[in-house]
Design a protein around this ligand. Sequence first.
Ligand code: C2E
Ligand code: MG
Ligand code: MG
Ligand code: MG
Length: 284
Amino acid sequence: QVKESGRNAIAFFNENMAYAVKNQLVLEGELHRAVEEKQFELMYQPKVDVQTGTLTGAEALLRWHHPERGLVSPALFIGALESSGLIVDLGQWILEEACQKLTLWQKLGLWHTGMRLSVNISPRQFRRTEFVDDVKTTLRNKPYLKGALDMEITESVVIGNIDETVSIMHELCDAGLSFSLDDFGTGYSSISYLKRLPVSTLKIDKSFVRDIRVDRNDKVLVETMASMGRHLGLTVVAEGVEEQEQLTLIKEFGCDEYQGFYFGQAIPADDFAHVLKSSCKTAV
Ligand code: C2E
Ligand code: MG
Ligand code: MG
Ligand code: MG
């Protein structure tokens, strides 16, 4: 009996693996086509000042308009973009697209000094030898983007070579960019990287914020991360704020900014321009 169930377990495992591999191949095929047929769009999620409730910028988030399945969340395909290498070209498109929108919003007078637009950079993209040159080329003749563009990275960009990572980041900081450490607290060595990487912002992962009202551990962790970030002179952003009570707590803990469904989810560029416009009116 033991043998039998053992064999079954193995067969089950293999079938699941085969299924996963097949799915992965189908997905990669679809993604290739999606790149060719430009089925991607960037949407923008507002970032908000915790104290004043005013806009501090936005994070550009990738969306895939799948011909049959509709709008697909990046959680389901970022991994495949990364493993297939498609993220390299698409990542460059994401950067250019975000810069183009930023240029437009600045020209329309909707983008105030001090506001930042963040773009997520994948490890594979960051580690390419051409990365720095490509970014500099994208920024060439656009001095107005200086100080307005931010790159969100996770600790997985480091992969063993911290010195090289630090020097790439310094070179890009010199070109006018800033960096945020994304998904803080979810990795293996967040704190040691925080010490070494030239980041100006720490983003507390939404998995800590979610149960902050009811889970005492989460509450302590968010409070501690916020305090650590503040003492290191960083801007602290809380991700995934969905309710007033969470906002009250992160305010109490000294977070500078938040992002979350409580203020708004990621929306198309034109809609975000309207948000910018109405925030200009309230500011006047
Ligand atoms: P992330 O960079 O940590 O982005 C934040 C995610 O949290 C976004 O999911 C956002 O929609 C979601 N979020 C924001 N507020 C709330 C909230 O109040 N509640 C909940 N439940 N979720 C909230 P999204 O857009 O599905 O993206 C998932 C991940 O995919 C991102 O996590 C990022 O790692 C990756 N990603 C998205 N766009 C890009 C991109 O352009 N390039 C790269 N390389 N990765 C991207
Ligand atoms: Mg991010
Ligand atoms: Mg994040
Ligand atoms: Mg995340």
